[in-house]
Design a protein around this ligand. Sequence first.
Ligand SMILES: Nc1nc2c(ncn2[C@@H]2O[C@H](COP(=O)(O)OP(=O)(O)OP(=O)(O)O)[C@@H](O)[C@H]2O)c(=O)[nH]1
Length: 317
Amino acid sequence: MNSTCDPLPAPALRAEADDAVFERAYVEGLLRDRESLWHALFAQSRDGVVVLDEAGKVYETNQRFADLLGYTMDEMYQLHVWDWAHGPSPEELRAMIREIGDDGHHFETQQVRKDGSLVDIELSNSRTFFRGQKLIFCICRDITARKVAERRIRYLATTDTLTGATNRGEFSRRLAEEIACARQHGTPLGLVMFDLDHFKRINDSHGHDAGDAVLRGVMEVVRQSVRVGDVIGRWGGEEFMLLLPGSDLADALGAAERLRVGIEAQDFEPVERVTASFGVVVLAPAEGFDALVKRADVALYRAKSAGRNRVETVSGD
Ligand SMILES: Nc1nc2c(ncn2[C@@H]2O[C@H](COP(=O)(O)OP(=O)(O)OP(=O)(O)O)[C@@H](O)[C@H]2O)c(=O)[nH]1
């Protein structure tokens, strides 16, 4: 028997209460499912994900990001963004965090692993607000393989594969750039064009492979004698260029003479003797790319005509 103090709900009311309980359980189940779905997405993402608080400290992260940087998950929660960001100072990073707006940021960068090595990263940042707190959501994609491929493509597009010298297209681009720079700053610019002597005889006597080895060996000699900032280019078969930013005529003539002596002194076994002839010029006022190259070519021709294995110049006045 029911007491009057504890009445059973009327059947209609009881059904309504059951519906409400069922509905709440259903909604809670859905929310739990959603939470697990988002959690799975976060945890299993192929990209590193890290959420920062306003102070730049790790608020949340996933295993992938910890693996990317070489930390354990426990260690990750002790870190700030400046423990892995490569380049900006903690102050700059704090300023970046303050400035991140609705659009976020997307850029390529590098991050420092626990062992100090660098990893190439494509980074997407966005701002969010959670329980009244500003959070920065960062998705970090490891782009090491892409960067290696890009560097390889750039190398192949700009380098002569036999000698490792800059190829003609890239050398021309650099020459045009340095001419503009010399004009703008009023600095000297030296250019040396050189060509191996009687190279056809070397090929004919020792074969094409021996000729190739000589070209590579000459490039070694050149590499050892140039300064950082000088550019070595392969202009044609056995014809090379040396771009000397900041060098006046005396410097450029000196560089060419050192090279001439270095090549002559080098042992290119089985080839008995290798020499080269050099045309040296310095950019004249109002002179353009074509006129400068032409003058270097004329100077080189003069060296060949005068007996080879020598350095000549042609004045730009
Ligand atoms: N082994 C090799 N030979 C090359 C390459 N490119 C061009 N040559 C050869 O270089 C030779 C150049 O010959 P020439 O232009 O007659 O010049 P040279 O014999 O050096 O004579 P001078 O320049 O007048 O001293 C040719 O036999 C080309 O086949 C290369 O990549 N490898």
